[in-house]
Design a protein around this ligand. Structure first.
Ligand SMILES: Nc1nc2c(ncn2[C@@H]2O[C@H](COP(=O)(O)OP(=O)(O)O)[C@@H](O)[C@H]2O)c(=O)[nH]1
Ligand SMILES: [Mg+2]
Length: 647
């Protein structure tokens, strides 16, 4: 049989431990062949065929810390397979995957795994999943039970029943009498939902005519591909139950790359980078998908000539890559994860997957000081492969800082630096940036005078130091008359004052002060730019001390994005972290989610990732944005200063 379809790509996603890897292995081996598999970072890549159709399956990591890899895999896939646990109580664990699928606007099939042991009613589980889904769920099968066990399934469109057999394809059997009533009920629900999308079917239902199966299958395929409903199938990956049914559904219903390109990407896109990672001797290894036409070595993609392409989970090189297929590409520094390219450059995507906001920060030092520069470069490379990793600078420590998704993410970064770049690193705690300001106004007279041997130094200034409103930063003006401080020296006074404010008595930059230079004296020989700069610097330092320092801490506006059942659990934790809840609302873009807004001090940020994951079984996330600096007084201020001093 010749292949009827080009290579299609599916991403398999869902919570950790739900059975994704087991499922992909089983699907890839359905026809008896050994699974061809390799890895790109945390992404498992499988190449296999089913009924002669070529497939690539991407086994996305379930860990929340690595969620960007799952999102990136979705970007250039044709279809998503969301694996869900068979317990309604645990349906919420699948909510982040459903959310990702909705963000990527990708057609998705929900697969309920471990159905054999499931005692829950399918309808309860579907209701729990529906709570987290924007699109209607199309239940396509009902289980056949014997005692506590699910031993088979009835397909609701063909109305045929299958009995699972250990180690063999399921057997076609009569629909058991005790299932018939449930089957009919579920079938009419399925047809009613489908009729919302199709007038012909609606008429048939009204006129009580039996719609033909092939028309129903075609309608299912259409609503899936148009991203208007999620079909629900079930089975047991470990026992290979329900897997042929699943693969056949995917075979008939998953879109081809041309449709993916047109609907979700960009008609001009020639190739997309699914994922990339670094290897010690190869440099960057990118997983590239041909999105439009055949790609050959030497073709232009994103303004660079395509180098050697290698098959996924194979050996040798590929002379050409058919449309839809996936290959590995080495030394492709110019091409980045998540991006699509035409001949000349990057193209915009109709539905780009989100880039995850940082959930945690850490300082990072090379174990060997001479690696510090290479460390910066290596981190930049890792960040170009992984968009959820950001490289910055920690103000308090004067060190490199990474922002990412949590401890697991950071440990992986450290491992890759060691293994692929030969740089050993230590991770540390990144601290919030504090500021200070002045409590009172001060009128200050400062004279800088030095007489050592030859030319002396002389500068004399009078100025007012005033507290200024929050957010105003540094403000300088002068009201000098009659050249008491000659014009040319005034900028030096200002520069000196700025420098003097870089570190206040508490050890932090001094902000929100207004300075007015109103008088002074100079000397025709001994005055100089330098003398006035020193006067400005020393003068302002003394003035700040006299005015009294007030500690300012950074305040962040934090949006917590959580399944709605967890909003209540989050509230007390925010209070414990010295935060203030501002309110919450439904997430307008995702059914079943809420967005809770709060203000939290910078010192709470490090604890946030643990708190939100603890309160939401790992499903919640947050986006923190710096808002302002705010005064801290009393014991709070003392504690912060004590802690900073201790470190
Ligand atoms: N009983 C049963 N166990 C399963 C099934 N699918 C997966 N498992 C087991 O669940 C565990 C986690 O599976 P795995 O595929 O690694 O989950 P992943 O983290 O989603 O990739 C493994 O011990 C599997 O053997 C299933 O259908 N039935
Ligand atoms: Mg796995």
């Amino acid at each position: 049989m010749a292949a009827q379809h080009g290579t299609r790509v599916m991403t398999v996603l869902g919570p950790a431990g739900v059975g994704k890897t087991t499922l992909v292995e089983a699907l890839a081996g359905l026809e008896g062949q050994a699974a061809k598999r390799e890895e790109s970072g945390p992404l498992g890549i499988y190449r296999f065929s089913y009924l002669d159709d070529p497939w690539i399956a991407l086994d996305a990591p379930g860990a929340v810390d690595l969620a960007q890899t799952a999102l990136d895999a979705l970007q250039f896939s044709d279809i998503a397979l969301v694996v869900v646990p068979p317990d309604p109580e645990q349906a919420v664990l699948a909510a982040p995957a459903i959310r990702m699928v909705e963000d990527a606007a990708i057609p998705a099939v929900l697969f309920i795994n471990r159905i054999r042991e499931s005692e829950a009613r399918l309808s309860d589980l579907v209701a729990a999943l529906q709570h987290f889904s924007n699109l209607p769920l199309l239940v396509r099968q009902v289980p056949v039970r014997e005692g506590d066990e699910v031993v088979g399934a009835v397909d609701l469109i063909s109305e045929r029943a299958w009995r699972y057999r250990p180690g063999e394809p399921s057997a076609l059997v009569e629909v058991p009498a005790e299932v018939r009533e449930r089957e009919e009920q579920a079938r009419s629900e399925l047809l009613e939902t489908l009729a919302d999308f199709d007038d012909t079917l609606l008429e048939q239902l009204i006129e009580d005519k039996a719609p033909p199966s092939d028309a129903l299958y075609a309608l299912c395929a259409k609503v899936l591909r148009e991203d208007r409903a999620f079909p629900v199938l079930f089975g047991a990956a470990a026992e290979h139950h329900g897997l042929n049914r699943l693969m056949k559904a995917l075979r008939h219903e998953a879109p081809e790359v041309a449709e993916t390109r047109a609907h979700r990407l960009n008609e001009a896109a020639r190739a997309g980078i699914i994922h990339a990672h670094h290897e010690k001797h190869l440099g960057k290894v990118a997983l590239l998908r041909a999105l439009k036409g055949v790609l050959k070595t030497g073709d232009m993609v994103g303004g660079v000539k395509l180098g050697q392409m290698m098959p996924v989970a194979g050996s040798g090189t590929l002379a050409e890559l058919p449309e839809g297929a996936v290959a590995k590409l080495v030394k492709t520094e110019a091409l980045s994860t998540g991006a699509a390219y035409d001949e000349k450059g990057e193209v915009t995507l109709a539905h780009p997957v989100p880039v995850l906001a940082p959930q945690a920060r850490a300082t990072i030092h090379a174990k060997n000081a001479k690696d510090e520069v290479r460390l910066g470069e290596a981190l930049q490379k890792l960040a170009s492969d992984d968009r959820s990793l950001k490289v910055g600078h920690d103000e308090a420590e004067g060190a490199l800082m990474i922002e990412g998704q949590g401890d697991l993410h950071f440990r992986r970064v450290a491992e890759m630096l060691e293994k692929d770049f030969g740089i050993g690193v230590d991770l540390g705690t990144s601290r919030p940036s504090y500021r200070e300001t002045v409590a009172r106004a001060v009128d200050k007279h400062y004279r800088h005078k030095k007489q050592t041997g030859g030319a002396g130094q002389f500068a004399d200034i009078k100025f007012k130091l005033n507290p200024a409103p929050r957010g105003s930063g540094f403000h300088f003006e002068e009201t000098i008359h009659g050249g008491a401080v000659p014009r040319q020296y005034i900028p030096s006074v200002e520069a000196g004052m700025k420098e003097g404010l870089e570190r206040g008595p508490l050890g932090f930059p001094v902000i929100d002060v207004a300075l007015t230079l109103y008088d002074g004296q100079h000397h025709p020989v001994d005055s100089s730019d330098m003398a006035f700069k020193i006067a400005g610097m020393m003068g302002v330092r003394e003035a700040v001390k006299e005015a009294g320092s007030v500690l300012l801490e950074p305040i962040y506006e934090v949006a917590f994005i959580v399944p709605d059942s967890f909003t209540g659990a989050l509230n007390p934790r925010i209070a414990q972290l010295h935060g203030q809840v501002l309110g919450f609302e439904r997430d307008a873009e995702h059914e079943g989610w809420e967005i809770l807004k709060a203000e939290l001090p910078g010192r709470a940020l490090d604890a946030l990732v643990g708190e939100i994951r603890g309160a939401t079984q790992g499903t919640g996330r947050f986006v923190a944005e710096f808002d302002r600096f705010q005064e801290v007084y009393g014991r709070d201020a003392d504690n912060i200063l004590k802690e900073m001093a201790a470190e």
